[in-house]
Design a protein around this ligand. Structure first.
Ligand code: ZN
Length: 585
């Protein structure tokens, strides 16, 4: 445990003295501790848990039963858990309470410390990272791990053969193409982007567009830029046949040859088409990584182009497009993980002595023409550019809403690979981790998806692969690691996950402990005259009953008692075992 503080779930619901362990990926609340506060009442009814304010008797939160735990229905992120400014040990207490949302307690996405460059450089392959290591010795290559995002985001290259010809000088040949329309309009209303590739240096430019018809005005501006900055006029422009590129008068006045690909032969414009695939592959990876909503795609694309220009490529003899263009190595010291947490200083002129000196942001890249970073304010939802920024690269603070179907991702270190492939074959193993004759895996080849309630959790598998004597569809032990828990916490977690409550009468009747509590329950029902046994009238359709089994734990994880409740089911289809009127015990 690193810190203690107060967690605010809503204006009416908070818990004090909460221990924060940044590496523990699941937030647990002890019901007994909560009841000791004497400010909340907690009720468990079937699969629902309600929390009431003792004074007002209002319901302040609701939890749904998920695999043995009740998951609270959190309020929207802007009001979610929140460290107040009265904590003394949390490093954030220097900034205002408003800025302290989601730092460690609920931010469940972390960048693995062994692979920062893989994430900073847009999920660059290990081969390319090794090449960069030769140029920048500080870049570390983690050859042993497997990254989910790379598998989620990257796709096959276009099927036609690659042309190896390269223009002999810069700006001799430029490739133009438009990508879009994109279904999701960007945060600033863009639906397209224009991509320009210099054939010689492979340097990339991207111009965001709200409308395709803006292209004819951007082309002359771009040519002007090249003339002013590089003192050269491009000789050939190559594009497809889209009407936006047909500027014959402009080309003629500047002595530029316009080459068009033949109708329905996009491979003739393949260089820029492949660049589009490359941009989109990396953009997908950064969106998955950061969990930012898709309307941030415009910032992602600009950041990806920034990265691609600075990463060495075999096509250029292990030089980067930037290196070829400017004849100098790009400076990679200011590279940061896209989507990471950062704090920017507030302007001195805009604050009083007692006001917060920093605001909390998500890093969105760099803006050309500015010596600063593009930032997204988590509280005000504003986009900001600032120079005075402190980065926390290992934390990705944006929490996507539970409804968003963005995939959860993991970075598999070798110790996790083995168990993961057996338990959850969602990610194909890399060749490097696969033995020559891999043992047969008896799990289904069908892709399994985690249930929605686990989407927000990072779930490195624990090493517990034992088959439980009572089956549970998603035992929590499959999804989280106990490695960073204290002994008592670990014991508690193990207790609640390895002791599985039976779901049916058939499962329960095999065990004496459950037999006994069912007997007690029937006795109690009979003593209170809950029912009378009568013949079923011919026109009446009987409703069913079912058993519900619960294990109550003490705070140290030991079992307090077993509970069996005999409940009437109304909507549920009655099964044979459920509809036993008086079960045989
Ligand atoms: Zn990756």
């Amino acid at each position: 445990m690193h810190y203690a503080g107060t967690v605010f779930f809503s204006p009416y619901f908070h818990i004090t003295n909460v221990l924060c362990s940044p590496h523990f990926k699941v937030n647990l609340i002890s019901v007994s501790k909560l009841l000791k506060l004497k400010t909340y009442d907690i009720h468990f009814v079937n699969d629902i848990c309600t929390i009431q304010d003792v004074k007002s008797q209002k319901m302040i939160d609701l939890g749904d039963l998920c695999d043995g735990l009740y998951r609270l229905r959190m309020p929207p992120p802007s009001h979610s858990s929140h460290f107040s400014d009265n904590i003394t040990t949390f490093p954030c207490n220097k900034v205002s309470s408003q800025s302290c949302n989601y730092v460690s307690c609920t931010s469940n996405i972390h960048i693995p410390s062994i692979a920062p460059w893989h994430f900073r450089l847009g999920h660059l392959s290990n081969q390319r990272l090794s090449q960069m290591h030769q140029l920048y010795p500080t870049i570390h290559v983690d050859n042993k791990s497997t990254c989910d995002i790379c598998h989620f985001a990257k796709q096959k290259k276009l099927p036609y053969t690659l042309s190896s010809s390269i223009a002999s000088s810069k700006f001799e040949l430029l490739h133009f193409d438009i990508w879009g329309p994109i279904a999701k309009v960007s945060i600033h209303g863009h639906r397209y982007f224009l991509t320009i590739v210099d054939d010689h240096s492979r340097f990339l430019w991207t111009i965001l567009l709200k409308n395709k018809y803006d292209v004819p005005s951007h082309i002359p501006n771009f040519i002007q830029l090249i003339q002013n900055q590089h003192n050269v006029t491009p000789k050939i422009i190559r594009s497809n046949n889209e009407s936006e590129f047909l500027l014959s008068e402009f080309y003629a006045s500047h002595g530029i040859i316009h080459q068009k690909s033949c109708v329905e032969t996009p491979p003739q414009n393949g260089r820029v088409e492949r660049k589009h695939q490359h941009i989109l592959n990396v953009a997908r990876a950064l969106l998955f990584q950061s969990k930012l909503p898709n309307f941030f795609w415009s910032y992602v694309v600009l950041h990806v182009v920034f990265l691609i220009n600075r990463v060495p490529t075999p096509v250029l003899n292990n030089q980067s497009p930037y290196h070829v263009s400017y004849n100098t190595l790009p400076d990679i010291n200011s590279f940061e993980v896209f989507g990471c947490l950062c704090y920017a200083s507030t302007l001195q002129a805009h604050r009083t002595k007692l006001q917060s000196r920093a605001r909390k942001f998500v890093f969105l890249g760099y803006k050309s023409g500015y010596k600063g970073f593009v930032l997204y304010d988590l509280n005000t939802k504003e986009i900001f550019i600032s120079r005075n920024v402190t980065f926390h690269e290992s934390i990705l603070p944006y929490i996507s809403p539970p409804t968003q179907s963005s995939s959860n991702w993991q970075y598999f270190t070798p110790s996790h690979n083995q168990t993961h492939f057996v338990d959850e074959p969602v990610s194909p193993p890399l060749p490097i981790t696969t033995p020559p004759n891999p043992p047969p895996i008896r799990t289904s080849s069908r892709t399994k998806h985690k249930p929605a309630y686990l989407q927000d959790f990072i779930c490195p598998s624990s090493s517990n692969k034992q088959t439980h004597h009572l089956t549970s569809k998603y035992p929590i032990s499959t999804y989280h690691s106990y490695a960073n828990l204290s002994n008592s916490h670990s014991l508690f977690s193990l207790s609640i996950t390895t002791r599985i409550e039976p779901k049916t009468y058939t499962e329960a009747i095999k065990h004496d402990c459950w037999k006994q509590v069912m007997k007690d329950e029937i006795t109690a029902l009979e003593q209170t005259g809950t029912w009378q046994i009568v013949d079923l009238p011919p026109t009446v359709k009987p409703i069913g009953c079912r058993w519900i089994f619960k294990i109550k734990h003490n705070v140290d994880g030991s079992i307090e008692r077993y509970k069996a409740r005999y409940k009437i089911t109304i909507e549920k289809t009655i099964t044979v075992e459920d509809s036993r009127y008086v079960p045989e015990i």
